[in-house]
Write a protein that binds this ligand. Structure first.
Ligand SMILES: O=C(O)CCC(=O)C(=O)O
Ligand SMILES: [Fe+2]
Length: 307
């Protein structure tokens, strides 16, 4: 039997309500959003990446300071001028979309358990914690180890090439950001090479697909969670849905086109001795458009999923 994912379900049936297994019971704190007025007053910190690689010493120091504040106050920041061509992002989104559009039979060889085995994992009902144990998320995901061993899916054609290119570029961005963050923490920079180059350090890519949902307020794309690694890099198509928790309230972020959203994870909290928290975030769904997010994170191969 093939793998029926939410994308397949949407295409094959005319859903007008959320099936019961997808109904997400929101808790009061889940609804604690900023008011529209408050939203206008908050801006997620923006980091100009080019100042780290080709800025003057003063510009670089200023950005390191901005990073310190961003990690401390938000655990989230938006990276611009990072050098990843928009065409690469669009090609990767298109290839991932083609993967999700493979027939259930074509997807079935990729079904598996997420273990040390660095192969692709196809996942449509991962539950992150016992509180939401019986709920399926309104999301299809495929997740694949991309470093130290690169294991892309064989189909669709072309996915492997674009993913390989994005793996390299995002790794360089991650390293440069980590170097600057370490500098801000007065930690030895060369420790980073060890941290993310050592054999046990893994880089994991996941593509998340959130199809339109007939009753978005009843379902959840991805419930509140924190990530495991040092940093998570996220790019998306032009559809918003990422919320981050800041000072006890949920903030909907609207990344500027072609920016990369970055958040600090559990390993960063440990590395910074608790100064930079592993921040909570979630993905909500909408009833109009399909959202895709491309997530690159690091962790160790014997850990369970990034998400
Ligand atoms: O799709 C999103 O906006 C969030 C994805 C995410 O948090 C994750 O994959 O860990
Ligand atoms: Fe996450």
């Amino acid at each position: 039997m093939g793998v029926i994912m939410i994308n397949d379900l949407i295409k094959s049936t005319n859903l007008i309500s959320v099936p019961s297994e997808y109904a997400f019971p929101a808790k009061p704190e889940d609804l604690n959003m900023l008011t529209e007025k408050e939203v206008e007053q908050v801006t997620v910190p923006v980091i100009d990446f080019s100042t780290l690689t080709s800025g003057s010493p003063d510009q670089r120091s200023k950005t390191i300071e901005d990073l310190q504040n961003a990690c401390q106050d938000w655990g989230f920041f938006m990276v611009v001028n990072h050098g990843v061509p928009e065409s690469l992002k669009n090609d990767l989104i298109a290839s991932c979309m083609k993967f999700f559009d493979l027939s259930p039979e074509e997807k079935s060889p990729y079904r598996g358990k997420y273990e040390i085995d660095p192969r692709i994992v196809l996942d449509h009902e991962t539950n992150l914690n016992t509180a939401v144990d019986s709920v399926s998320f309104w999301r299809d995901q495929f997740r694949v180890f991309v470093h130290p061993i690169f294991h892309p899916p064989h189909s669709p054609e072309g996915l492997s090439e674009v993913l390989s290119e994005y793996t390299k570029r995002s790794r360089d961005i991650m390293k440069e950001l980590l170097k600057a963050i370490m500098e801000g923490l007065d930690l030895e920079e060369d420790g980073i090479e060890k941290l993310i180059e050592q054999k046990s350090g893994a880089q994991i890519f996941s593509a998340n697909l959130y199809p339109p949902c007939p009753q978005p307020e009843l379902a959840i794309g991805l419930p509140p969670h924190a990530d495991h690694g040092l940093l998570t890099l996220l790019m998306q198509n032009d559809v918003d849905g990422l919320h981050i928790k800041n000072k006890g309230k949920w903030v909907a972020v609207n990344p500027t086109p072609n920016s990369i959203m970055v958040n600090t994870g559990d390993h960063m909290e440990i590395l910074s001795k608790g100064k930079y928290k592993s921040v909570f975030h979630r993905a909500v769904v909408n009833n109009k458009e399909t959202r895709i997010s491309l997530v690159m994170t690091n962790g160790s191969p014997n850990e369970t999923a990034a998400t």
